[in-house]
Design a protein around this ligand. Structure first.
Ligand SMILES: [Zn+2]
Length: 341
């Protein structure tokens, strides 16, 4: 049985985490299988939705069935908060807003990315993505498959919501509680987490995930040290006193600071093995390194290939920033990394 069909079963569809927080597993048509949306219930019968999910028919149906079973309606929704702009979190925000007329809260930077990905900046972003992938040694048929896959997301974020801006450092009242908004970066620029210091609960989007590491990849057309910024942000947010983490994927968990340490260790190990690989190969492009890291089967999975490739480039660039590798352009514009001796 597919996982999405599993999600038709109410026992799998939603879970009461506490008497006022419900985890809703909203299906997504890729390897992550579902995204966690959270309902924060309010005493007057209204509720807030954190990260409503990706716009697909299956997701709409899971929402309809879940609300019905919980005796809630869209009209009871008082606010929608999107932790970051990735389509699996943001895609349904406009659809939900159409049904309840509630405000959709996001940061200004996060919203700007939605314009870049699926609005006025889309054509430029696609050109930047093509340029990036080609320069890093990706065969053209794979570049084309990745671009076509990205186009497929446009319909899955429609209609786009009218957004009210929030920003890190601000406190926002949702679910009859005060939540402090905390800045995140590296996984998605402009992202926020929501922290309740009384219960020590953290709605962290994808910044800290259990069992899987959050994706950290270069953004086409930008030149930001994503991995350095992600690791620095993890160090910063690890100081929070968190009892229960409510993540965007997989299950809520305890052991927040241990999980952050494990994610940092994962990247250190990966950097060390990539450095050794470049040393053995003498010169390597990102696509070759990516296939060595993740395997050739990703050629058939453009969505996963994009994640793997941008993540590989982020690691190679990080080693370059640290002065361990050099980045060389050959006469055809192909970027290769060599050991900096
Ligand atoms: Zn994400």
């Amino acid at each position: 049985m597919s996982d999405n069909r599993d999600l038709r079963n109410s026992a799998k569809r939603f879970t009461y985490i506490t008497s006022s927080v419900i985890q809703v597993r909203v299906p997504v048509p890729f390897s992550l299988k579902w995204i966690n949306s959270y309902l924060l219930l309010e005493k007057n019968g209204t509720y807030t939705i954190i990260d409503p999910g990706l716009r697909t028919l299956e997701a709409e149906q899971v929402w309809e069935e879940t609300l019905q079973e919980l005796s809630l309606t869209w009209r009871n929704c008082s606010a929608i908060v999107v932790t970051h702009q990735h389509p699996d979190h943001y895609g349904l925000a406009g659809y939900v807003q159409q049904h309840c007329d509630a405000p959709v809260y996001m940061t200004r930077e996060s919203k700007a990315y939605t314009d870049k990905l699926w609005g006025t900046g889309q054509a430029q972003f696609e050109r930047d993505m093509e340029k990036l992938l080609v320069a890093h040694g990706t065969p053209i048929e794979i570049v084309e498959a990745i671009l076509a896959n990205m186009q497929g997301f446009v319909a899955k974020v429609e209609p786009q919501p009218v957004v009210e801006y929030i920003e890190a450092g601000q406190t926002i009242r949702l679910g009859d509680r005060q939540w402090l908004l905390i800045h995140t970066e590296g996984h998605a620029y402009g992202g926020i987490m929501l922290y309740d210091s009384l219960t020590k609960q953290l709605l962290c989007g994808d910044q800290v995930l259990p069992r899987i590491t959050p994706h950290v990849g270069v953004v086409a057309g930008e030149d930001r040290p994503v991995l350095s910024q992600f690791l620095a942000n993890l160090q910063q947010i690890s100081k929070l006193d968190v009892k229960l983490v409510l993540p965007g994927h997989r299950e809520p968990f305890e052991g927040y600071s241990e999980r952050i340490t494990a994610i940092i260790q994962h990247h250190k190990r990966r950097l060390a093995s990539i450095l050794q690989y470049v040393q053995e190969q003498r010169a390597v492009d990102s696509f070759t390194c990516c296939e060595w890291l993740f395997g050739k089967h990703l050629r058939e999975q453009p969505h996963n290939m994009r994640f793997a490739l941008t993540e590989t480039i982020a690691h190679l660039d990080h080693l370059q920033e640290k002065g361990l590798l050099q980045k060389k352009n050959d006469c055809e514009g192909l970027i290769r990394y060599i050991i900096n001796e």
